[in-house]
Every structure is written in C-alpha cells, then in structure tokens.
Design a protein around this ligand. Structure first.
Ligand SMILES: *[C@@H]1O[C@H](CO)[C@@H](O)[C@H](O)[C@H]1NC(C)=O
Length: 296
C-alpha cells in the first residue's frame, strides 16, 4: 500500500516535471558554427580578423574605419544568436551592434546596440524595434555582468506571435504581435542579420559627452557561435514556405512562460535605465504594444 502510494506520488512528480519542461519556452540550444557558414563581411574587409578557422572573429575599429558583417541568407522567422565579447577597457564612444533588418524602405528592424564607456564604467544595452519603417521604441538597460570579460550569448526569437530579445537565457524584452490594436508587426519582409562596430561618439556615451579616445585604438569586439535557425527566404518573399511547422511556431514559443515573465520583470526592476513605454514626456498616452507586453 505504502509503496504504491509512493509510486503514485513519484509518477505525479514525474508528470509535473515533464509538464514544466514542455511548457518551458527556452529556444533550442544554439549550435556553434563557424562564421563562413552563415556570414560574409559587409565593408572594410581588412578590419575583420579570423581566428581558429573562423570559429572566432574579431572586428577592429580605428580612426580610419569600423567594420561589419551580415548573413548571406535572408530569413522570415526563427532564432538568431551570437556570442559576443565586447570592446574591453576604454570603449567610450564605440557602438557594437547586432541586429536584424529588412532591406526595403518601410523596413522592419530588431536591434541590440551596445554603447561603450570609460574603463570601469558600465556599458548600456539599447534595444529597439522598427516596424514598417517606424522605430522610436528604445529601451535601455545595464547588464548584470561585465560584457567585456567573457562571451555571452545575445539572441532573438522571432515568430508570428512575438519577438523576444534574450541575453544568455534571460528574456530582456518582448514585443508581441499587436496587429489587432493597429501596431504593425514584422511578418512579410525577410531580414538579414548584421553586426558592426563603429564610432558613435556624437551620441553613444553619456549622450555624446564622452568622446572616443583614439590613442586607445584599435578597439576590438570578439564573436563566436554564429547560429542561425530560421526559415530562409528570398528577399522578395512574402511568407515562409514552412510556416506553422517549425519549432518556433509551436504553442510553447507563442508567449513567455511564468518563469520567463519573472526574469523579464527582474530585468525591468533592477536594470532599466530608460523605457519608451513609460516616457510620458515623449508619448502622452501609453503605446498600445506596451500594455500587451507587460512592460509597464
Ligand atoms: C557610462 O558611465 C556613466 C557613469 O557611470 C553612466 O552614467 C552611463 O550610463 C554609462 N554608459 C553610457 C553608455 O553612457
């Protein structure tokens, strides 16, 4: 009797675990692939250094130029991640970006921008979402670690229901599909993935007060694990041929789960510097997507 009760409890516990696991919405674990598998340089080819057969890549910024790279393919939906180690030491004035963007005039864009700082002062991570050419949705946070010490992963999950920005496993921002309340959502314009390192000292650090110290050049940002798991589509495509069938389309990726919402509010409470959602001097009424995103 006692042992069958125990077995029953164990079964419940097991089911509980399985249930939790299948409810969890962490994207699939990225696979480390070399740069050449998914990316090509965009400009200033001589400012990109390939290490270990392209498993690691470094971007150089000096007084002459920054540099950047982009995905060879264009994608409609998926999971896009990159491990990055940002410019160490005095990085004031430098901007390192990782973003998805479509190529047309009313473009969609999903941005991570890392704003450098003087030695020992914290980076700012600014994110933004453009839909149909309209941006002005900046959020700024401090990170809970030093992004120049080790590699960390930065990723975007994009499906028809939501766009989630992750830092490591932590969702730092979600932009839900709010088409029903008149907010455009990226769904029919394939995007490429881009990264670049450039001089933004007219605005990046303390609003442009801190200038790039060129005596510290070259500034170097490092990258690895060039994972792309998306629906590849031609630039003109209007839909993804396998839509609805891929893992990121499934129920558990259509919303954050409870634990993820708790992580998101932890970031909101502890690390937010700026959120357009709460900027009443800029937007007198709450932008519709903000209420939906539980961003307030
Ligand atoms: C740089 O450091 C200053 C002083 O700690 C801080 O106010 C600022 O937010 C930091 N980051 C940037 C990118 O300006």
């Amino acid at each position: 009797m006692a042992s069958s009760t125990l077995a029953f409890l164990l079964l419940l516990c097991y089911l509980g675990l399985v249930f939790k696991i299948t409810m969890g919405a962490a994207p699939r674990k990225p696979i480390d692939v070399p740069f050449q598998k998914n990316y090509v340089p965009t400009w200033a080819f001589d400012h990109i250094k390939y290490i270990n057969g392209g498993n690691e890549v470094q971007l150089y910024l000096d007084k002459n130029t920054g540099t950047g790279f982009q995905s060879s393919g264009s994608y409609l939906f998926g999971h896009f991640s990159m491990q990055m180690k940002l410019v160490p030491g005095d990085s004031a004035g430098t901007v390192t970006a990782f973003y998805l963007s479509s190529q047309n005039s009313e473009h969609d864009e999903i941005d991570f921008e890392f704003l450098g700082n003087r030695t020992g002062q914290p980076y700012i991570l600014q994110t933004n979402v453009f839909t149909g050419g309209k941006g002005d949705r900046e959020q700024r946070i401090y990170l809970w670690f030093d992004p120049t010490k080790d590699y960390h992963s930065y990723s975007v999950l994009w499906n028809l229901y939501q766009i989630v920005f992750f830092v490591d496993e932590v969702p730092i921002r979600v932009f839900k599909n709010c088409k029903d309340v008149g907010v455009r959502f990226p769904f029919d314009q394939p995007m490429k993935i881009y990264s670049s390192l450039w001089n933004g000292d007219d605005w990046a650090t303390r609003g442009g007060l801190e200038k790039t110290d060129w005596s510290k050049a070259p500034f170097i940002a490092s990258y690895r694990s060039f994972h792309i798991d998306g629906c590849e589509a031609s630039v003109e495509a209007k839909f993804c041929a396998t839509q609805g069938m891929r893992w990121w389309d499934q129920k558990e990726f259509q919303d954050l789960d409870g634990a993820q919402y708790r992580s998101l509010s932890w970031v909101r409470d502890k690390y937010t510097i700026y959120n357009y959602c709460t900027d009443r001097s800029r937007y007198s009424s709450v932008p519709p997507e903000c209420a939906r995103d539980r961003d307030l």
